[in-house]
Design a protein around this ligand. Structure first.
Ligand code: SF4
Length: 115
């Protein structure tokens, strides 16, 4: 049995996942929490946020994030893809910075406009 806190919403339900019985989840208050509990043990994923350099803009770096969750085990490698990237202003919210991160089908996108 593994215990963890659901991070899908602020309620923070305490989940128990029975790893010996088909990853049965208890302690959740909704279906999202049940799915989170199971996935967190079988294939944990996260949305990743970071920043990259930008030139010709009001700031030197611009925030970026993945437009979906990627496997936790790929986060380090995914962050390395951002090294050396230098965007040029103007950049729009949602512009793709790195497409199809490591074959996941998820992209890094700009998380704000920057002129
Ligand atoms: S189980 Fe449902 S209600 Fe509870 S924290 Fe997770 S998402 Fe929120």
């Amino acid at each position: 049995m593994t215990e963890l806190t659901c991070i899908v919403c602020p309620r923070g339900c305490r989940l128990k996942v029975d790893t010996e019985n088909g990853y049965r989840v208890t302690g959740h208050s909704c279906e999202k929490g049940e799915a989170y509990g199971k996935n967190e043990l079988l294939n944990p994923t996260r949305v990743v946020t970071s920043t990259v350099k930008i030139t010709g803009a009001m700031h030197r770096r611009i925030p970026v994030k993945t437009n979906g969750a990627i496997p936790k085990k790929l986060i380090f490698e995914a962050m390395k893809l951002l090294d050396g990237i230098e965007l040029k202003a103007p950049v729009k919210l949602g512009d793709i910075v790195v497409k199809d991160i490591l074959g996941t089908g998820i992209d890094f996108v700009a998380s704000r406009d920057m002129l």
